[in-house]
Design a protein around this ligand. Structure first.
Ligand code: NAD
Ligand code: WQD
Length: 346
């Protein structure tokens, strides 16, 4: 049709996972065409049916392991019009990474290297990379800005993110046409407002918000607050919980930032958090207040490897990407609870 711009095709790796699936909705609703590559190691392809119900659009998933380079190349051969890549696919369990460091380095590093090598070969130059606040380690400065020095990573998983950032920085230095936007997510939580989609991992949940909702619905008898003797306002750890829909929106902003050539360097870093800290106890109280559910919890010992507090300075993302999170801890709890109720019925 005259005047109608061709849709940009975005390859989303890990598109069936938690953040990937929510981002796909945001991409479709903003006029992008999407294909996904996901080997379903921690997800289920049924999420694509939910995406179809929400957006009316069908997304193809290639059930391919990124560590298999020749299969990955075939996807690029079949899709000569890929305009950019959002790379979510990774293993993400802190505990499992301590048990199986080789698996984590193999999956997360080889997957990234194969992807970048294939992008360079096919002349696909724009990459958005999922990084994590865990790269800051036990930061001496709070809130953390993108230039806050990184302290040692606390586990192999976190190290895969530090290494991923370093690899991309070096690739960008040599290949000046290649552009990487690294997004450091703080603590993603919450679910799609339809309550038909949210976090649905194959592995047992260990993150605070799913543990809270699973306890409230009765999948667990009780939950433990890990530590009440930290040097924080109520003794429990402080984190920056960011709604998954806000994260999804930031990926669209990052793509627009690149397509409008607003980048001043071909390697850019952004923090994605709400910019303030919430303690574990405050998160529990927010859940009880918004849902009216009483939570069965007890105070227990500290969990090994937890940093006392980390939260973002988000001013760079606000100023440069034009991104402003819309939701706080209460909306996170409300949507996570609505999704837990749906999930438990199914
Ligand atoms: P997720 O496990 O729900 O999604 C990751 C997806 O990648 C899964 O569907 C999995 O099947 C797929 N995958 C993993 N390895 C693959 C491989 N080798 N080939 C193909 N597919 C593969 O995780 P998520 O919470 O959506 O996280 C997305 C990204 O964000 C990850 O890179 C994660 O490390 C990062 N991140 C997550 C959090 C968080 O707390 N959820 C915080 C910071 C950063
Ligand atoms: C949050 C707070 C716990 C469970 C992890 C990764 C990080 C990033 C986000 C990927 C902590 C406390 C938890 C429970 C509790 N992921 N808690 N009882 O550890 O901040 O970050 O996910 O990149 O890299 O490390 O998230 O949700 O596990 O914990 O008291 O049953 O809740 O001690 O203070 P964390 P979390």
């Amino acid at each position: 049709m005259m005047g109608q711009k061709t849709k940009q095709k975005i390859l989303v790796t890990g598109g069936c996972g938690y953040i990937g699936s929510h981002t796909i909705i945001e991409l479709l609703e903003n006029g992008y065409d999407v294909i996904s590559v996901d080997n379903l190691v921690n997800s289920d392809e049924n999420v694509l049916k939910t995406i179809k119900k929400i957006t009316g659009q069908r997304v193809k998933n290639y059930r391919t392991n990124l560590c298999n380079k020749s299969s990955l190349r075939q996807i690029f051969e079949k899709n000569a019009d890929i305009a950019g890549v959002i790379h979510f696919a990774a293993l993400k369990s802190v505990n499992e990474s301590v048990q199986k460091p080789v698996l984590y380095f193999q999956n997360n590093m080889l997957g990234l290297l194969n992807l970048v090598e294939t992008m360079l070969e096919f002349g696909v130059n724009d990459l958005i990379f999922s990084s994590s606040c865990s790269v800051y380690g036990e930061s001496k400065v709070l809130p953390v800005t993108e230039t806050t020095p990184l302290e040692p990573p606390q586990c192999p998983y976190a190290r895969t993110k530090v290494m991923g950032e370093e690899i991309l920085s070096d690739v960008c230095f040599t290949h000046q046409n290649f552009r990487a936007v690294v997004l450091r997510y703080f603590n993603p939580a919450g679910a799609h407002p339809s309550a038909t989609m949210g976090e649905n991992p194959r592995n047992v949940a260990s993150n605070l918000v799913p543990v809270i909702t699973e306890t409230a619905i009765g999948k667990r008898n009780s939950m433990t607050v890990f530590g009440s003797d930290y040097d924080t306002r109520d003794g429990s750890c402080v984190r920056d919980y960011i709604h998954v829909m806000d994260l999804a929106a930031a990926h669209v902003k990052a793509l627009q930032f690149l397509s409008e050539n607003k980048n001043t360097s071909n390697f850019e870093l952004f923090n994605l958090g709400i910019g303030s800290g919430v303690t574990v106890l405050e998160a529990i109280f927010a859940f009880e207040k918004t849902t009216g559910q009483k939570l069965n919890y007890q105070i227990g010992p500290r969990r090994a490897g937890d940093v006392p507090a980390v939260f973002a300075d988000k001013s760079k993302s606000t100023k440069i990407l034009g991104w402003e999170p819309k939701f706080g801890i209460e909306e996170i709890m409300e949507s996570a609870w609505a999704w837990e109720k749906t999930r438990s019925q199914g």
